[in-house]
Design a protein around this ligand. Sequence first.
Ligand SMILES: CCCCCC/C=C/C(=O)SCCNC(=O)CCNC(=O)[C@H](O)C(C)(C)COP(=O)(O)OP(=O)(O)OC[C@H]1O[C@@H](n2cnc3c(N)ncnc32)[C@H](O)[C@@H]1OP(=O)(O)O
Length: 359
Amino acid sequence: MRASQEDFESAMNQVKLLKKDPGNEVKLRLYALYKQATEGPCNMPKPGVFDFINKAKWDAWNALGSLPKETARQNYVDLVSSLTSSSEPSSQVKPGADRGQQEYENLVVTSEDGITKIMFNRPTRKNAISTQMYQEIMLALKAASKDDSTITVVTGNGDYYCSGNDLANFTDIPPGGVEEKAKQSAIMLRDFVGTFIDFPKPLVAVVNGPAVGISVTILGLFDAVYASDRATFHTPFSHLGLSPEGCASYTFPKIMGPAKATEMLIFGKKLTAGEACAQGLVTEVFPDSTFQKEVWTRLKAYSKLPPNSMRISKQVIRNMEKEKLHAVNAEESSVLQERWLSDECINATMNFLSKKAKL
Ligand SMILES: CCCCCC/C=C/C(=O)SCCNC(=O)CCNC(=O)[C@H](O)C(C)(C)COP(=O)(O)OP(=O)(O)OC[C@H]1O[C@@H](n2cnc3c(N)ncnc32)[C@H](O)[C@@H]1OP(=O)(O)O
């Protein structure tokens, strides 16, 4: 039986009530089917290449060609029905599950046994860092720097540690246009990395799975990095038309030597956990089956060490370099501000968002 106009309208209402974000691909498909069902084949002029959102919408609608209105209506109703009936269990930990603590949309922050744990919590997006998540991480780190824990840990929920910058961040263009977006992003990046440079307590990464992009580069600013043997370390900046950030242009050559840093930062070579450990980026690798148990046992023991002594030792080790790191951070952010406006970067981002390319 063909979907009636009533079915179509009811489906439109159900879309507004969806509890879970269906993701950009589905949203574009819904948009395209809606337009086809109500207006017929795409009748809009093709938007400019910088107009990311409207270009993606136009592409999706245009791709439906001369699909009849009734078929589009039926497909729309079927798609909504598949979304509302999907009872796929989510492993996402409820935001604010940590009662009594500040609630975050994209993080779970807990404090116990002298350890504050900041866990990335967008597992369905491989913990990609959205604009809001950058802000939340900065807030969580600032709170952790002042709380009474002795050690701060960063980790990820789900199978990934973090897939780096959320590539959809650049689709949200402010009224000032793409130049303004690039400027705002560079300021946010500089503040974000600066928060890691200035973090006063021992900062430990518990890398539970693959790590990409900015989640890898900032590891050079951590005091210890423990990795599961499932983890990989990948900075595909050239593939994305980008350049290094997170102070990696300075810390990586220092940690692993310029030749190995070049392979990672320029050629985008993905390292296994074992390779990253051999090159000094990772402190120690554990078998995935015992990773959590072994790492947390060790961290609990370390957290009992005298906190002031640990803080002061970190200062002695790191402070000489702080000024240099801030200067590197400012330079990297300013270079990226230009890169984000380059054809190489725009095309790579569009390719990922239109599902034509992954790493
Ligand atoms: C703005 C200020 C600061 C910017 C600083 C500069 C930072 C630079 C970087 O971090 S560069 C690195 C950017 N990251 C990437 O290029 C990774 C892109 N993702 C992938 O290639 C793949 O998703 C994968 C290899 C990480 C995982 O592949 P797979 O196991 O096949 O999973 P899916 O691709 O199906 O992923 C599930 C779901 O998550 C979405 N997603 C994953 N990573 C990102 C991301 N970085 N940005 C946005 N969305 C991401 C993916 O699209 C899937 O969505 P879907 O379910 O299809 O809607």
